[in-house]
Design a protein around this ligand. Structure first.
Ligand SMILES: [Zn+2]
Length: 77
């Protein structure tokens, strides 16, 4: 069993299971509530992106996480 700390909210994630209780995105580990917030934050941006591009998408995710780490939370636009 491993214990991780969410890079955004600094909460401890007990029994960390990747893809279930935490997500490893870029160089960061984020917990489930933060992953939900991340998705809510980027969903409206993704909808307007045409054509969709995976490289752009992963950059958007890592940029959003870095911004959220600086603020300590995700900002919904
Ligand atoms: Zn978190």
């Amino acid at each position: 069993m491993k214990t991780l700390t969410c890079d955004v909210c600094k909460r401890t994630i007990d029994n960390a299971i990747t893809g279930r209780t935490y997500w490893h995105i870029g160089a960061r580990d984020i917990c489930e509530p933060c992953k939900d917030q991340l998705e809510l934050t980027i969903k409206p941006i993704i909808r307007t992106k045409e054509p969709f591009n995976y490289e752009w998408y992963s950059r958007l995710m890592t940029d959003s996480i870095e911004k959220a780490i600086q603020k300590g939370r995700f900002d919904r636009r």
